[in-house]
Design a protein around this ligand. Structure first.
Ligand code: G3P
Length: 450
């Protein structure tokens, strides 16, 4: 068994669980009521929970608070979307198929999967947990939540909000521990019927280990920001700074490479540098723009990327500065394809700029990456924007704005190594059920029904 358990699961993982069967028989509207109550509990405890996010994952206080409130809104939306979506079934008559009479009527309706294993990452321990838990629950499933090691307390306290909301025991089980110690146990467990994971390369290992269960995964990105010569450069510069440096770049959807057309490169870089100079660097309690990255290993990795680029001739536009896990924001100009920073995601406050002759070159670079989460294009020409969007092989392309997952009902998915399946509230609910059919066999053809 896993070595560390909070509130040992009443749901037995050895028989595939039983709690979800009672829950699945609970009227849909009642499930929605419980979810809405959980959303309210999150709002009521927003300050308290946000305090944990600040301490556990060094999230700036205002962002921590908005993560909690965003999660409550997401749960409310899920409850509402769930009652509409899950209420629907389908009636099919057999005589639509070549050669058949109307002797069969097929009723198709959604049924739960059973137990959904939810594994959110450290950067959104509450929001990315709720984006998995709420769709799973509204569809009638039970959940095993494995929170991130850093962010585990936030995860446990978030789960407590569901308990306070009246969620019956056994439906939301929290198992804490290091992924390398308990991850395989959970992922390979025969009682798990679906895995929803957000994180890094671990997702590839999970996909290899998982049995025949549906997988929903978001595995990072190298989101490109392509800036055309006709772009609004103030808008593009703000997007690079907000998109690249908020929460110290520790977002899957952060701007992780800027590809700018040469004629405006100097101007864009100057504008970005001006804004970087305004960023505050410090502690999350003080709402600093740039906060320490999650651990020393991450900081070492980021430093390695910068040293590699510097050694190969990239231009550091700010002084490299690091104190423990705190890294000062850095823009690197004239990054080239032989540098690791052109391809790897730093997950830190470090943004490379590659100068290009034409936006199409930027799109080609983006498509060469093993990641394909989001990308963005800055231009005043809508036809060019649409053409570039169409050519960019990513799950989402933002036109004239930085990449972002929200609003949380938008479909959100990655191509190539950036993920499997699609998220966003509606798609996540659809992920969490199977279709069951009941076929009425009629004694003689019936042409009056349906
Ligand atoms: O890093 C997680 C990813 O889902 C980003 O979300 O809201 O910061 O775009 P967001």
């Amino acid at each position: 068994p896993p070595p560390h358990c909070f509130h040992p699961p009443r749901l037995s993982l050895t028989d595939g669980g039983s709690a979800w069967r009672d829950w699945a028989r609970t009227p849909l509207w009642r499930r929605a009521v419980v979810l809405r109550a959980a959303a309210q509990q999150l709002r009521d405890h927003a300050e308290f929970l946000a305090g944990f996010l600040v301490q556990e994952v060094a999230k700036p206080a205002k962002d921590a608070r908005s993560e909690i409130l965003r999660s409550a809104d997401l749960i409310d939306y899920t409850a509402e979307e769930g009652v509409r979506l899950l209420a629907q079934g389908q009636l099919l008559a057999s005589d639509a198929f070549q050669g058949a009479d109307r002797t069969k009527l097929c009723l198709a309706s959604p049924v739960p999967l059973g137990v959904v294993l939810c594994i959110p990452p450290f950067n959104y321990p509450v929001n990315l947990a709720c984006s998995k838990i709420a769709p799973a629950l509204i569809a009638g499933n039970a959940v095993v939540l494995k929170p991130p090691s850093q962010g585990a307390l936030s995860g446990v306290l978030m789960a407590r909000c569901f308990q306070l909301a009246g969620l019956p025991d056994g439906l939301l089980n929290v198992v804490t521990g290091r992924g390398r110690e308990i991850g395989d146990y959970l992922v390979e467990h025969p009682g798990v019927n679906c895995i929803s994971f957000t994180g890094g390369n671990t997702g590839l290992a999970i996909a290899r280990r998982a049995a025949m269960v549906p997988l929903q995964m978001e595995l990072g990105g190298k989101d490109a920001c392509v800036v055309c010569a006709d772009a609004d450069l103030d808008l593009a510069a703000s997007a690079v700074v907000k998109g690249g440096f908020s929460y110290s770049g520790q977002r899957c959807t952060a701007v992780k490479v800027v590809l700018v057309e040469e004629p405006v490169a100097d101007a864009l870089v100057a504008k970005v540098c001006e804004q970087i100079a305004q960023l505050t660097v410090g502690m999350p309690e003080d709402n600093a723009s740039i906060v320490p990255v999650v651990d020393a290993k991450s900081a070492d990795f980021i430093e390695g990327l910068v040293r590699d680029a510097e050694g190969k001739g990239a231009q550091l536009l700010q002084e490299w500065r690091r104190e423990d896990n705190l890294i000062w924001p850095l823009l690197l100009d004239r990054v080239t394809k032989d540098m690791r920073l052109a391809w790897e995601e730093p997950f830190g406050p470090v943004v490379p700029v590659i100068r290009i002759q034409a936006a199409e070159e930027g799109v080609a670079h983006c498509n060469e990456s093993r990641f394909g989460l989001q990308g963005c294009v800055f231009t005043r020409d809508i036809n060019r924007a649409l053409a570039l969007s169409s050519a960019m092989e990513t799950g989402t392309v933002q036109i004239n704005a930085a990449p972002a997952r929200g609003p949380d009902h938008f479909p959100f998915q990655g191509m190539r190594d950036s993920g499997i399946g699609s998220q966003g509230v509606t798609n996540s609910i659809k992920m969490m059920f199977k279709t069951k059919t009941t076929v009425l066999n009629l004694p003689q053809p019936n042409y009056t029904l349906g």
